[in-house]
Write a protein that binds this ligand. Structure first.
Ligand SMILES: Cc1cc2nc3c(=O)[nH]c(=O)nc-3n(C[C@H](O)[C@H](O)[C@H](O)COP(=O)(O)O)c2cc1C
Length: 181
C-alpha cells in the first residue's frame, strides 16, 4: 500500500516531522514516500496521503495550500491526513493549539480524516531576517522562543495510528465536503 507524505517547510522543522512520519509508516509495513510540496505539481497515484505545513502568521505555507487545492479531486477519493507544525516556546504545550486559518476549509475540501497541530522548532541561526517582512521580524524577535519543541513520541503515535487505520481499512475516505474527525 503506497502512501505519500508531502510537506511545506521553510526552515526544516516540518520536513523533520514529515521524515519521521514516513519512517514510522515504513516501519509499519507501508510503502511510504516523502516529497516537498513545492516539488510536486500533480500528485502521483497513491492509496493515501499525509500532508503538512509549517505555520507562518497563522497560515499554512502557500505552496502546501496550493498543492491541496490543485489536487483536491484526487485527494477526496483517498484517505488523507493533515498536520501543521508551529507552536514554539511557551505556546508549545499547555495551550489549545490554534488551527491555521486554511485548515478547516482544506479538511472539508478533501474529506481529511484528521488534522493535528504539532509543536515546532525554531533555530534563529537558520533565519535570514532579510527574507522576513517587518511584521514577521517583529513577531520572531518578540514572541518566538528558539528551540526544538517537537514531541517525537506524539508524532510517532499519530503516524502509527494512521498505519493501523490504513492496514485495517484501506477503503477511500468519507465523502469530500464533510469534516474529518
Ligand atoms: C516569521 C515566523 C512566523 C511564525 N508564525 C507562527 C504562527 O503564527 N503560529 C505558530 O504556531 N507558529 C509560528 N511560527 C513558528 C513556526 O511555525 C515553527 O518554527 C515551525 O516549526 C517552522 O516550520 P518549518 O521549519 O518547517 O518552516 C512562526 C515562525 C516564524 C519564523
Amino acid at each position: 500500500m503506497k502512501v505519500l507524505v508531502v510537506y511545506g517547510s521553510r526552515l526544516g522543522a516540518t520536513r523533520g516531522i514529515a521524515e519521521r512520519i514516513a519512517a514510522r509508516l515504513q516501519a509499519a509495513g507501508l510503502d511510504a514516500g516523502l516529497q516537498a510540496a513545492e516539488q510536486v505539481a500533480e500528485l502521483p497515484a497513491c492509496d493515501a496521503f499525509v500532508i503538512g505545513s509549517g505555520i507562518y502568521g497563522q497560515h499554512w505555507m502557500k505552496e502546501a495550500v496550493a498543492l491541496v487545492r490543485r489536487n483536491r479531486a484526487a485527494l477526496s477519493k483517498v484517505p488523507v491526513w493533515l498536520f501543521s507544525s508551529g507552536p514554539v516556546g511557551r505556546w508549545a504545550s499547555g495551550h489549545d493549539p490554534i488551527e491555521p486559518k486554511e485548515v478547516s476549509g482544506l479538511r472539508a475540501e478533501v474529506g481529511a480524516r484528521d488534522h493535528r497541530v504539532f509543536a515546532g522548532a525554531l533555530d534563529r541561526s537558520s533565519i535570514d531576517e532579510s527574507n522576513l517582512s517587518a511584521i514577521e521580524r517583529f513577531v520572531t524577535r518578540k514572541f518566538m522562543a528558539e528551540g526544538d519543541y517537537r514531541d517525537w513520541a506524539q508524532i510517532d503515535a499519530w503516524a502509527e495510528a494512521i498505519a493501523r487505520e490504513l492496514l485495517r481499512d484501506p477503503r477511500p475516505s468519507r465523502q469530500a465536503g464533510q469534516l474529518g474527525r
